[in-house]
Write a protein that binds this ligand. Structure first.
Ligand code: PMP
Length: 427
């Protein structure tokens, strides 16, 4: 049993000693002391079904025994930088990771986070092309350091500091976007930005395949092929941010960009890659990777033995436990049941996403699509009382984000939907 400080004591310390900008869900924040696969446990031993762990990095399940074993074996041997010394863990994982990549995406740079991965990807695109302009999508989230904050495009996450060279295209959002599901019409806006906002040459384009922080928005069909063609014509590189949508989460594909049938020049990833261990990666072609030999480039802990041992274990678990196909089967069932709730409750404006990356948007008026922000918080709070943790997102904070560990079962999905159904029925 847990014998540490209470939630109240931790909260008091947090208020005194930690950044005042930290956010937490729930009126009474949860003190999570244990995790096992799709479950989290609080200080009293109460179990919660975790339908948001995917966002906070867990893909195989909390404390998956194979991943834990791989990490502990490695940390008992050596944990060090791999910049100046050799170690097989980094090389083995790079080899395994590139085997999951299409085309000539065969070179990996490891980082410690998604932000770092996108910072590096954007710099590589700028170096390779000799151009500065990058196009990203409105409503995107790509990180919060100098360059990536420029690419991130929601005022909620941007500070008033210098963020140069990023243009934000119309978001190809099938629910709220001006062109509905017509991906090619939105893509024309990227061409317009190139023609009227730049010299005609750009460094590149960066986007998620399904916007996570932005509220589980799947890019309109046919969008990426048209945009990638425009970017290529303007001499730029296409960057796919797979921080949330990668590693089988979409069910239908291993990588989110594959759902649009494109092959990027650079792919970035983090979160699920290490099942909770800080790790990120940039994968590109040998030709593009060459630009980093112009100067010294290193990252002390990027790709360290412990984190890459975790990464390799994750890939093996995904394969062994057929987690991608589980994401497809269970995710499709979950989406079907959530969609049925939409018929029952007027407040559900949209159900969307793929596999185990699903969103439910609450609106107080279906015609006007008025965000039902307060109701979203209330439902989350009450579902927590029923033992189910879901996330929220979207610019207006009115979208449930359902991104469980990929080991989520059909029973878990049913329990989640029943809890949501019950909660909505009481409102
Ligand atoms: N890209 C995407 C799509 C993300 O969702 C996030 C994190 N929410 C990031 C990049 C940044 O990752 P990190 O927080 O690890 O820096």
């Amino acid at each position: 049993p847990y014998t540490g400080p209470s939630a109240a004591e931790i909260l008091a310390k947090r208020k005194t000693y930690l950044s005042p900008s930290l956010l937490h869900f729930y009126n009474k924040p949860l003190n999570i002391v244990d995790g096992k696969m799709q479950y989290l446990f609080d200080e009293s031993g109460r179990r919660y079904l975790d339908a948001f762990g995917g966002i906070a990095t867990v893909c195989c399940g909390h404390c998956h025994p194979d991943v834990v074993k791989s990490i502990t074996n490695q940390i008992n041997r050596i944990q060090h930088t791999t910049v100046v010394y050799l170690n097989h863990a980094i090389a083995d994982f790079a080899e395994a990771l590139t085997s999951k990549m299409p085309g000539n995406l065969k070179v990996v740079f490891f980082t410690n986070s998604g932000t770092e991965a996108n910072e590096l990807a954007m710099m590589i695109a700028r170096l390779y092309t000799g151009c500065n302009d990058i196009i990203s999508l409105r409503n995107a989230y790509h990180g919060n350091a100098a360059g990536t904050m420029g690419a991130t495009a929601q005022c909620n996450w941007k500070f008033n500091v210098v963020q140069t060279g990023v243009h934000h295209a119309l978001n190809p959002d099938p629910y709220r976007g001006v062109f509905g599901s017509d991906g090619e019409k939105y893509a024309k806006d990227v061409q317009d930005l190139i023609d009227f906002g730049t010299s005609g040459h750009v460094a590149g384009f960066i986007s998620e395949a399904i916007q996570g922080v932005g509220g589980i928005i799947e890019l309109a069909p046919n969008y990426l092929p048209a945009v990638y063609a425009s970017i290529k014509k303007a001499g730029g590189l296409c960057i796919a941010d797979e921080v949330q949508s990668g590693f089988g989460r979409t069910g239908s594909h291993f990588w989110g960009f594959e759902t649009q049938g494109v092959v990027p020049d650079i792919v970035t990833m983090a979160k699920g890659i290490g099942n909770g261990i800080p790790l990120g990666a940039v994968v590109t072609t040998p030709e593009v990777a060459e630009v980093l030999t112009r100067r010294s480039y290193f990252n002390t802990f990027g790709g360290n033995p412990v984190c890459t041992a975790a990464g390799l274990a994750v890939l093996k678990v995904i394969e062994k436990e057929k987690l991608q196909s589980n994401a497809f089967v269970v995710g499709s069932h979950l989406k079907e049941r959530l969609t049925a709730l939409k018929d029952k409750y007027e407040i559900i404006g949209d159900v969307r996403g793929r596999g185990m990356m699903l969103g439910v948007e609450l609106v107080s008026d279906r015609q006007l699509k008025t965000p039902a922000k307060a109701e979203t918080l209330r439902v989350m709070e009450q579902m927590k009382e029923l033992g189910v943790l879901i996330g929220k997102g979207g610019f207006h904070g009115n979208v449930f984000r359902i991104t469980p560990p990929l080991c989520f079962t059909k029973d878990d999905a049913d329990y989640l939907v029943d809890a949501m159904d019950y909660t909505l029925s009481k409102m």
